[in-house]
Design a protein around this ligand. Structure first.
Ligand code: G3P
Ligand code: MG
Length: 243
């Protein structure tokens, strides 16, 4: 089972930062997951929350800051003093470093209620195309089917995964409609029977956010392909391989 660093490696470095990507590299991870959104001037930035309060020294909605203003916020000091000066990365900088380090990236397209799915997807797609990033090293996921539908047209070569906290009864129809290769779900709502059904239907099955060794062991037994984890170092210390 693959260990995908959640938001980089969220227990070792401030989430969704280049420092987190470096931490993933030091652990030998093959995959990281990040969240992307648009700044006020429609630049793609790597950030999870709708507001900047929790993970920076700023206040208010991410969408009220343009790229330059976001670049001035401290995105590391909240985590630990050693990370003071860490910045909110632009997607192109994050992907460039990931390519250099040989790490694959699951880009979660984060869509909050006021956001424009088409604009987000177009901007993300432009970043990937302009920098000619290797499409085989990327995976899109989203809770928002519109984002996956848009990416199917904009970047057909990049694999897509549907994110569902609870797996809906019509999961297979949804995956088929969006031509997804994987289902991402919260581990709490997965059962052995459902895992068997999804795997038997030929899909990849990935679970978030698994920070407990016993739970991860169970999921591996059920055939789960990948877990998103804040604490990959704990699994590695227990003798697991990154992939
Ligand atoms: O992509 C898996 C996981 O990151 C989804 O939830 O809120 O951590 O982005 P969240
Ligand atoms: Mg995420």
């Amino acid at each position: 089972m693959i260990l995908c660093g959640h938001r980089g490696v969220a227990s070792l470095a401030p989430e969704n930062t280049l420092a987190g990507l470096q931490a993933a590299h030091r652990l030998g991870l093959e995959w990281v997951e990040i969240d992307v959104q648009l700044s006020k001037d429609d630049q793609v930035v790597v950030f999870h929350d709708e507001k900047v309060n929790r993970c920076t020294d700023g206040k208010g909605w991410l969408r009220q800051y343009d790229e330059d203003e976001l670049g001035q916020l401290d995105a590391g000091g909240w985590f630990a003093p050693a990370f003071t000066g860490e910045r909110i990365p632009k997607l192109q900088d994050y992907l460039a470093l990931a390519a250099t380090l040989g790490i694959k990236v699951n880009i979660e397209l984060k869509l909050y209620p006021q956001d424009d799915a088409a604009l987000l997807c177009r901007r993300v797609s432009e970043v990937i195309t302009q920098q000619a990033f290797d499409t085989g090293s990327l995976l899109f996921s989203s809770f928002e089917p519109d984002c996956l539908r848009l990416m199917q047209t904009l970047q057909p070569d990049i694999a897509r995964a549907l994110l569902e906290e609870r797996i809906p009864g019509d999961w297979q129809a949804r995956l088929q409609r969006l031509d997804c290769t994987a289902l991402h779900c919260h581990h709490r709502h997965l059962t052995r029977a459902l895992a068997q059904e999804i795997k038997a239907a030929g899909y990849r099955l990935n679970c978030y956010t698994v920070n407990h060794l016993g739970k991860a062991t169970t999921l591996a037994e059920w055939g789960v392909d990948m877990i998103f984890t804040d604490t990959p170092q704990h699994y590695l210390a227990a003798g697991w391989l990154p992939g």
